[in-house]
Design a protein around this ligand. Structure first.
Ligand SMILES: Cc1cc2nc3c(=O)[nH]c(=O)nc-3n(C[C@H](O)[C@H](O)[C@H](O)COP(=O)(O)OP(=O)(O)OC[C@H]3O[C@@H](n4cnc5c(N)ncnc54)[C@H](O)[C@@H]3O)c2cc1C
Ligand SMILES: Cc1cc2nc3c(=O)[nH]c(=O)nc-3n(C[C@H](O)[C@H](O)[C@H](O)COP(=O)(O)O)c2cc1C
Length: 602
């Protein structure tokens, strides 16, 4: 209904409230209206959720489908939101809840459950799913006989433990007695179509029983849990063509690393971001590599191919639309079949050998080492859609307005006698020219946020490119004149070559915005020193800050650094509180539940 047609009888508002609302809306532009709408929905949801815990149907309230999502960078949340919207359009009551906000004991009251979850690390759950994932494997988990479930996983088949967390959830729920009513889907990076098909199938499976229970309880159909964000029109599916304003190398000439400070203009878009968010960046593959691939497969560059409904030349498709660097078993399998190459076909039978084979190779290495004549469309059908890369935003709009800054480490390595570059970092650092357009979108991340209270102290651990979001945090706190203390731990190989944003950091230290800075330049002395060592050296002070309510953040390398810092924190807690291993783990879990321990790792 249009607001102009609204009257007090047709809404739960009084006539006076209707008039006030009409007056306010008349003053707002469409973007402001969308923001207010998202804000009010979030408020209503949080009231309905009693702050953090999912409500369960009570007498008179209809049975509902509870959708639990676990998501780090927003993909699973996006699929869960689509599931919710489609369920609502069928007249089904739905509750959409982040696993981080879900009280595990509420499980025993569920009747219809859908789990949408991604996977991280070596087959581990995203942070917001950790507690529930663990709880389901304990003796405390309730019996779930009679509960109907459908699970969908988001992952990336280039990882060994593809969609492992979704598999775990389904297995654990089934073990507790829940019945899978629709087959689990394990979604790879290019998941939109498969997600849509699964959503339809899962809702078809839930609908009859759910509707029967809804009418049996005679309850009102209520839904809650809408996403709180008024979204930009520019998304992963519809990115904004932004101007690449600056690409500046910020490591020294003799550094072993090539790190770039990148500035992109968002002028002309409605994209906004908050410190802690990431920017999704699309890129163009290296034209020289594309031409080599076409020669190796004896394909005419002008041959037309189809990708979804779009027809374009195979050369353009390989430059703009398809993944040529990040390798994954699915490509090798399709290429093996398409070319009938015996050595590759053998790998398809042997998972471990396949892993070993793809590890040192990019996609074009596989083609280079196994050239074969192919039809243009056959080659295209072997490749998956190029995916945007995410970068932690290194600026605050309070400081840079409609710009967005990134800190990008160039992926470069020698293999099989030639230099290899990462697809996106290679494009931005080596091929893209300042002034050109890059397609971007902002990815919201509520799991990595400054404390709402400006007086709260923060400890930030961000070695290497992990410094990026902390530059944004510091700009934001500076602009807000936040009184809370800020402590930064930074590390990299050499002080003279690799001290990213050195002048800014020293300036913040001088101005007092940064209360403390501890740096670990690992190769400046005989013995290697890392940020976790610096934390340990400051054990007592770190613990005192935590006890004083500090929020603790880690950004950067997921494989080693984040694990080592986690272990250092446990040791610090044990050393200063006398807690044993289990209680120290619980201390960190409590911090995490209170959103005081947050990670942005990759
Ligand atoms: C939430 C999030 C935030 C991020 N923030 C940042 C950030 O602030 N700054 C930043 O620089 N990056 C960041 N990243 C990482 C970034 O998204 C990309 O993964 C990274 O830039 C590499 O992408 P690429 O396209 O350049 O390389 P790709 O084309 O994706 O190639 C990378 C792949 O190459 C392979 N590879 C790499 N080195 C070697 C080697 N020595 N031998 C063989 N194979 C190798 C690996 O399989 C690797 O996965 C972030 C990631 C996430 C998920
Ligand atoms: C550091 C990192 C580790 C990952 N590890 C895995 C993995 O082990 N298995 C997998 O299937 N996917 C893995 N992925 C891929 C994510 O699960 C995938 O990008 C997913 O769409 C993310 O969904 P989310 O945005 O909801 O968190 C990983 C991604 C990153 C960035």
């Amino acid at each position: 209904m249009l607001l102009g047609q609204l009257n007090a009888l047709a809404s739960p508002l009084s006539q006076e409230q209707v008039q006030k609302l009409q007056g306010l809306v008349a003053e707002l532009n469409p973007i402001q209206q969308a923001w207010v709408s998202g804000y009010l929905a979030a408020n209503a949801n949080s009231a309905a959720l009693g702050g953090v815990t999912a409500a369960v149907p009570s007498a008179g309230e209809a049975a509902a489908l509870t959708i639990l999502y676990g998501s780090q960078t927003g993909n699973a949340k996006g699929v869960a939101t689509k599931l919710k919207e489609q369920a609502e359009s069928r007249g089904l009551a739905v509750k959409l809840v982040s696993m981080a906000d879900y009280k595990p004991t509420a499980l025993k009251k569920e009747k219809f459950l859908s789990v949408v979850v991604s996977t991280y690390g070596e087959g581990e759950p995203p942070e917001d799913a950790e507690t529930l994932h663990e709880f389901l494997a304990t003796k405390k988990a309730p019996k779930l006989d009679g509960v109907k479930v459908a699970v969908i996983g988001l992952g990336d088949s280039s990882y060994e433990f593809f969609c492992q967390t979704a598999k775990d959830f389904e297995q654990r729920l089934n073990k507790l007695g829940a019945e899978t009513v629709y087959q689990r889907a394990d979604l790879d990076v290019d998941y939109d179509d498969e997600a849509a098909t699964w959503i339809t199938g899962a809702l078809d499976a839930f609908e009859p029983d759910l509707k029967a229970q809804q009418s049996a309880t005679g309850g009102q159909v209520v839904s809650f849990g809408a996403p709180a964000i008024a979204a930009s029109q520019y998304t992963k599916q519809n990115p904004f063509a932004a101007e690449l304003s600056t690409v500046q190398k910020i490591t020294g000439r003799d550094s072993t690393k090539d790190v770039r400070h990148v500035e992109i203009s968002l002028e002309g878009s409605d994209i906004t971001y908050t410190p802690g968010d990431s920017l999704g960046v699309y890129f163009l593959n290296d034209e020289a590599l594309v031409d080599e691939v076409l020669t190796l497969t004896q394909i005419d560059a002008a041959s037309k191919v189809k990708i979804a409904d779009e027809e374009l030349s195979v050369r353009d498709a390989l430059i703009e639309k398809l993944e040529l660097t990040q390798s994954y078993p699915g490509f090798v399998e399709k290429y093996a079949i398409a070319t009938g190459t015996p050595e590759l076909l053998k790998l398809v039978e042997d998972k471990a050998a396949m892993r070993e084979y793809i590890e040192p190779r990019q996609i074009f290495d596989v083609i280079r080492q196994n050239p074969a004549k192919l039809e243009a469309q056959t080659l295209v059908d072997c490749l998956r859609k190029l995916q945007a890369r995410l970068y932690s935003i290194a600026s605050s709009q309070a400081e840079v307005e409609d710009e967005v800054h990134l800190t990008i480490g160039l992926v470069e390595f020698e293999a099989f006698g030639s230099e290899h570059l990462g697809g996106c970092s290679g494009y931005l650092a080596r091929r893209a020219e300042e002034g050109c357009k890059v397609k971007v979108y902002s990815e919201h991340n509520d799991n990595f946020r400054l404390p709402a209270n400006d007086d709260t102290p923060v400890i930030m651990v961000g070695p290497g490119t992990g410094i990026a979001p902390f530059r944004a945090f510091l700009q934001e706190r500076d602009a807000r004149e936040a009184a809370g203390k800020n402590w930064l731990f930074f590390g990299n190989p050499h002080f003279t070559q690799d001290f990213l944003y050195q002048v800014e950091i020293q300036g913040y230290l001088k101005s007092g915005l940064l209360s403390k800075v501890d740096v670990a330049f690992s190769r400046d002395q005989a013995e290697k020193v890392y940020v976790q060592d610096k934390l340990r050296q400051n054990s007592q002070a770190v613990f005192e800050w935590l006890e004083a309510g500090a929020h603790f953040y880690i950004c950067g390398d997921a494989n080693r650094m984040a694990k080592d810092v986690h272990q250092a924190l446990l040791d610090i807690i044990k050393e200063n509180s006398g807690k044993n291993d289990e209680d120290a783990e619980q201390y960190l879990k409590d911090l995490r539940s209170a959103n005081r321990y947050q990670k942005d790792v990759y």
